[in-house]
Design a protein around this ligand. Structure first.
Ligand code: ADP
Ligand code: MG
Length: 224
């Protein structure tokens, strides 16, 4: 079953009088359980593409289907609901809400989905246990190391069992050893939950662990 489909997606930004073309006629289809690495130099449109896949940004033209539903026709409220239910997003930096504990950060997306606080707390604790952070659940993000913060972010992205995870250089901020450890843990959880995945990364060693590798070249998507 197709989880994500992009058809003829174009994205342009206007900067003063200039039009900057970032994505040109992108077609991409991702099925349940598939994992894709997106490896391309900085400034080629990786974040733009992931934001469009997440319905956080709209394409200039073209269509984005999530679970075969055309999201480009939906209201912002409907898109927010799809994001809360079906999509987990992990960023390189500033992943967590700074004024909430690790546990609260993982609970919040479940509350947005309408799950009651008791069940949300139990599920968040279970997921934080899976990322081996049981002893840090009441810590504030600023008291956690970069690697611990990314583990909280992984728990938060996976706790609602989304069909699709979009990760934008999730280990780009970590030393190579921590990056590898966290990526291994992340991949194990993704496989266990049968979640589809697109990861933007510069780390070829990590990229090779995924089923497919794509790149952006001259605004077009290519197999790597
Ligand atoms: P990457 O994630 O691969 O580094 P980005 O998707 O962030 O690339 O950016 C791709 C291109 O689009 C860059 O040239 C960037 O300057 C431009 N860009 C991104 N966001 C905007 C924006 N909001 N307004 C204008 N240009 C943008
Ligand atoms: Mg980027």
């Amino acid at each position: 079953m197709s989880i994500l489909q992009l058809t003829q997606v174009c994205k342009e930004y206007q900067s003063g009088n200039e039009i900057i073309k970032v994505l040109d006629n992108i077609n991409l289809e991702l099925y349940a359980g598939e994992s894709v690495a997106l490896v391309a130099p900085s400034g080629t449109g990786k974040s733009t593409l992931l934001q469009i896949c997440a319905t956080l940004d709209a394409p200039t033209s073209g269509t984005v289907y999530i679970n075969r539903k055309d999201t480009t026709q939906l209201s912002d409220d409907k898109k927010s609901f799809i994001r809360a239910k079906d999509i987990g997003f992990i960023y390189q930096f500033h992943n967590l809400l700074p004024d909430f504990t690790a546990l609260e950060n993982v609970i919040i997306p479940l509350l947005i989905q309408g799950i009651d606080i008791k069940e949300a707390t139990a599920r968040a604790k279970h997921m934080l246990n899976k990322v081996k952070l049981t002893n840090r659940i009441n810590s504030m993000p600023k008291c956690l190391s970069g690697g611990e913060q990314q583990r909280v972010a992984i728990a938060r992205a996976l706790v609602g069992h989304p069909k699709l995870i979009l990760a934008d250089e999730p280990t780009g901020n970590l030393d190579p050893y921590t990056a590898m450890q966290i990526f291994d843990l992340f991949m194990k959880l993704v496989v266990d939950l049968d979640t589809s995945l697109i990861v933007a990364t510069h780390n070829l060693e990590l990229a090779q662990q995924l089923q497919m590798c794509i790149t952006i070249n001259k605004c077009k998507l290519e197999q790597y």
